[in-house]
Ligand binder design. Structure first.
Ligand SMILES: NC(=O)C1=CN([C@@H]2O[C@H](COP(=O)(O)OP(=O)(O)OC[C@H]3O[C@@H](n4cnc5c(N)ncnc54)[C@H](O)[C@@H]3O)[C@@H](O)[C@H]2O)C=CC1
Ligand SMILES: O=C(O)CCC(=O)C(=O)O
Length: 444
């Protein structure tokens, strides 16, 4: 049996009930076959893949908190410090009822390669809780964040592990988490990113993942003699990533016509009104039905359905496995020319293969959504310098980073004979730097 197959088998056997983690490992290792097979003897001797797929350490802890009526609740918290070969662990925190150790491990594993692709010194980590922020008061959110950080603070620090936001964790939560860290540790340091601008946050971090996605898509389209100008785009999600992907798509001349949340979706043929969407989602924290009520051109539909809308481009920006084989078939049928992932692993392996086989340009999230974590690393740099850069400075660096990621991914794909396969290109380019650092640091 080949080394790749052996390690995939091992991961499935040793981590039962973690299908998302199996999926992420399979996708990466399958596409690295060409590199691994060329070095199989040495890698096997060094147990390189076993070390790559096993987190350096993982924490699981109890998070008790009291709701507004005095009732005590207990949630589970996680932090997985996956790989620290190229820098302090870096990756977001997700608060969502679906969170379990397998989801955090898939996200942490992806983060290793994404962070490597940014070219910045950050290792891979991820964390979160099965806490559901929906319907909670600000006071309850604060109580949860304070309890979560009381435990998490033992494992993180500006030079060891620097969490940030992800699903269910935005500026409000990062503020409460930062306040509690400072109170416990007595340290005013860059231990979290995505902070508010008045306490060490970076301009453009809020926008960075969505903007970065569009900078990557623009570079990919240009390299294929295409452009964003005049294209219709379907976007899923209506959170941080989706909102700023929509905003940048409009600025670059495309027309995004959809967005979604976990209960339904919007089709707005006149183009999404991004200021209205921000008001509803960021300020009022309302459902998307409020968008349709306020905007005569928009239709609201229950359930899942954005991928059936006719468009040129698709940007999945909600959650894992939201774009499946039947959705990929609908996209191809409708003439979509490019799919760029804003979310982490939103496209299943079968759907990705179908899109690629049918000539659709496909940008994997670990490359195309890396702008968020890259800008987090820029926030860490500003915190270390005790300086703040302007929006324009950060945005220009972000754009440069995303264009560079595209060039590196494209070059790696070409070098190994997989021209235009950006999945293979991203995995190879991300992997090479990590294993070089791991090899240089000995068996650790
Ligand atoms: N925030 C960031 O900087 C980054 C986020 N990501 C990824 O982007 C995706 C979206 O994250 P954010 O926008 O930050 O989160 P968010 O909490 O701001 O928004 C999440 C969006 O996804 C939708 N959603 C969540 N679970 C869903 C489900 N089961 N079915 C359908 N819709 C669902 C929500 O309704 C919401 O519109 C996630 O996959 C996250 O891991 C990736 C890179 C960076
Ligand atoms: O900004 C960060 O550190 C984390 C971003 C993140 O969680 C991600 O890239 O998926």
């Amino acid at each position: 049996m080949s080394y790749v197959d052996e390690v995939i088998d091992l991961i499935v056997r040793e981590n039962p009930d973690e299908p998302e983690f199996h999926q992420a490992v399979k996708e990466v290792l399958e596409s690295l076959r060409v590199v691994i097979e060329a070095n199989e003897e040495q890698y096997r001797k060094d147990a390189l893949l076993e070390r790559l797929v096993n987190p350096e350490r993982q924490f699981k802890f109890r998070v008790p908190w009291v709701d507004d009526s005095g009732q005590v609740h207990v949630n589970t918290g996680y932090r997985v410090q996956f790989n620290g070969a190229i820098g302090p662990y870096k990756g977001g925190l997700r608060f969502h009822p679906s969170v379990n150790v397998g989801i955090i491990k898939f996200l942490g594993f992806e983060q290793i390669f994404k962070n490597s692709l940014t070219g910045l010194p950050i290792g891979g980590g991820k964390g979160g809780s099965n806490f559901d922020p929906k319907g909670k008061s600000d006071r309850e959110i604060m109580a949860f964040c304070q309890s979560f950080m009381t435990e998490l603070s033992k494992y993180i620090g500006a030079d060891t592990d620097v969490p940030a936001g992800d699903i269910g964790v935005g500026g409000r939560e990062i503020g409460y988490l930062f306040g509690q860290y400072k109170r416990i540790k007595g340290l005013y340091e860059g231990v979290l990113t995505g902070k508010g601008l008045s306490f060490g946050g970076s301009l453009a971090r809020t926008e960075a993942t969505g903007y970065g996605l569009l900078y990557f898509a623009n570079a990919m389209l240009k390299a294929n003699d295409e452009t964003l100008e005049g294209k219709t785009a379907i976007v899923s999600g209506s959170g941080n990533v989706a909102i700023y992907a929509i905003e940048k798509a409009i600025q670059l001349g495309a027309k995004p016509v959809s967005c979604s949340d976990s209960t339904g979706w919007i089709y707005d043929p006149e183009g999404i009104d991004v200021e209205l969407l921000k008001e509803i989602k960021e300020v009022k924290r309302e459902r998307l039905t409020a968008y349709a009520e306020a905007r005569p051109s928009a239709e609201y539909h229950d359930g899942k359905g954005v991928w059936t809308v006719k468009a040129d481009l698709a940007f999945p920006c909600a959650t894992q496995n939201e774009l499946q084989l039947e959705d990929a078939k609908a996209l191809v049928e409708n003439g979509v020319i490019a799919v760029a992932e804003g979310a982490n692993m939103p496209t299943t392996i079968e759907a990705t293969e179908y899109l690629q086989e049918n000539g659709v340009l496909f940008a994997p999230g670990k490359a195309s959504n890396a702008g968020g974590v890259a800008t987090s690393a820029l926030e860490m740099s500003q915190n270390s310098q005790r300086l703040s850069w302007t929006f324009e400075e950060v945005d220009a660096k972000l754009q440069g980073i995303m264009e560079n990621i595209f060039l590196n991914v494209d070059a790696a794909a070409k070098e190994y004979g997989f021209d235009k396969n950006y999945v293979v290109g991203a995995n190879i380019a991300g992997f090479k730097k990590v294993i070089e650092a791991m090899n240089a640091q000995g068996i650790v």
